[in-house]
Design a protein around this ligand. Structure first.
Ligand code: FRU
Length: 326
C-alpha cells in the first residue's frame, strides 16, 4: 500500500484583495482539492512588506513543509526567503521575485516580455509616432521594474514615440487616480497610456473621461482576467484598448509543490506564456475561458458524486463489520 503523508503548504500572499490574486487562490485550492491530505496555510500581507516578513516567520514557527510566496517588494523580502530556503524548507516564488537566486522554483510569466509586448503593440497601433504616459506598479516590486524595462526597450526602436510622463500607481486604482489628477497637464497631448495592470488602466480611463479628454486615447493594461471586472470584459466593452495576459500560475505552483514534496523531478524556472488581448481576439479568449469553466464544474460535480458514493460505501462497510463482529 502506498504511504500517504499529509503535507502543509504555507502560502504567503503580498495582497489578497484584488481579482487577480483571488483568482490565483481559487486556482490553487481547485488544484489542491485533487491532492487529498495536503493543507494550505494562507496569509495575506495586505501590501505590507514588514507584515509579510512576520507572517512568513509565523508560518515557519507553526511548521510548514513548503513555502509558496509572492514577495511584495523584492529587497525587503529577500532575507526571509533566503533563511527559509537555507533551513531546508523548499520555497516556490510566484509572480514577484526576490533579489536572490536562493529559492527552489519560480512560477510566473516573464515580466520583461510583458512590458516589451505592450510597447511593441502600442508602437504598432500608433504607427510609430505619438506621446505616451506610463503608469507603473509599486516601486521595488519586481514586475514593476521588469515591465518598465521591457516597455522602454521596445520603444527604443521607435524614436518618434515619446514617453511624456511616468507615474507610480503602486498597482492600485485610487493611487493612480491621485497621481494622474495631480499631473493632469501631462495628459493633454497624449495618444496612449500603458498601465502595468488592468486595475490602474481602468482608473486611467476614468481620469481621461473625467477630464473630458479624447476617447481615442489608447489605454493598455496587463492581466486580462476572465469574469466580472476582469480585463477580458474591459477589453470587450472598450474601456481598455488591450490587455497583456498575465496568468496567475496558481495551478502550476501547486503542481510543482507536489512534485517537490514527493521528491519527483521539476524545473527551477517555470515560465508561463503571455499574449496581447485586444478587440481582434477577445471573444475567442472569453469562449475558451467559458469552456474551461464548464469543464471545471463538471469535474467538481463528479467529485461530489464520488464523495457521496464513498460515504455510502463506508457506512455499508460499517454495517458489515457490525454484522461480522456480532
Ligand atoms: C495583483 C497585481 C496584478 C499584477 C501583479 C504584479 O496584485 O497587481 O494586477 O499583474 O500584481 O505582481
Amino acid at each position: 500500500k502506498k504511504e500517504t503523508r499529509e503535507y502543509k503548504i504555507g502560502f504567503s500572499q503580498c495582497v489578497g484583495s484584488d481579482l487577480w490574486r483571488k483568482t490565483m487562490l481559487v486556482e490553487m485550492k481547485t488544484e489542491l482539492s485533487l491532492k487529498p491530505g495536503t493543507k494550505l496555510s494562507y496569509a495575506d500581507a495586505d501590501n505590507s512588506s514588514s507584515k509579510q516578513i512576520e507572517q512568513v516567520k509565523e508560518m515557519i514557527n507553526e511548521g510548514i513543509d513548503l513555502l509558496v510566496i509572492s514577495p511584495n517588494e523584492a529587497l525587503p523580502l529577500t532575507k526571509i526567503v533566503e533563511e527559509t530556503y537555507n533551513k531546508g524548507i523548499p520555497v516556490i516564488v510566484i509572480d514577484r521575485k526576490t533579489s536572490s537566486p536562493l529559492y527552489t522554483a519560480y512560477v510566473g510569466a516573464e515580466n520583461y516580455q510583458v512590458g516589451k509586448i505592450a510597447g511593441e503593440y502600442l508602437a504598432n497601433s500608433l504607427k510609430g509616432s505619438g506621446n505616451v504616459v506610463e503608469v507603473m506598479g509599486l516601486p521595488g516590486s519586481s514586475p514593476a521594474i521588469e515591465r518598465d524595462r521591457g516597455f522602454m526597450d521596445a520603444l527604443k526602436e521607435h524614436p518618434e514615440i515619446k514617453v511624456t510622463g511616468q507615474f507610480y500607481g503602486d498597482w492600485l486604482g485610487p493611487n493612480t487616480e491621485t497621481q494622474l489628477l495631480k499631473n493632469k497637464d501631462k495628459l493633454k497631448n497624449i495618444d496612449a497610456i500603458f498601465a502595468h495592470n488592468d486595475v490602474m488602466a481602468t482608473s486611467a480611463r476614468k481620469v481621461l473621461k473625467q477630464l473630458n479628454l479624447s476617447n481615442k486615447i489608447k489605454v493598455i493594461g496587463v492581466d486580462a482576467l476572465p469574469g466580472n471586472g476582469g480585463g477580458l470584459n474591459l477589453v470587450s466593452n472598450k474601456t481598455l484598448t488591450a490587455s497583456v495576459l498575465y496568468p496567475t500560475g496558481g495551478k502550476e505552483a501547486i503542481n510543482i509543490a507536489m512534485r517537490i514534496l514527493n521528491k519527483e523531478s521539476f524545473s527551477k524556472e517555470n515560465i508561463l506564456q503571455t499574449v496581447v488581448i485586444d478587440s481582434s481576439n477577445v471573444q475567442l479568449m472569453k469562449l475558451q475561458w467559458d469552456r474551461i469553466n464548464s469543464q471545471q464544474s463538471d469535474i467538481e460535480r463528479q467529485q461530489t458524486l464520488l464523495a457521496d458514493q464513498f460515504k455510502v460505501y463506508n457506512s455499508q462497510r460499517l454495517v458489515l463489520n457490525f454484522i461480522v463482529i456480532t
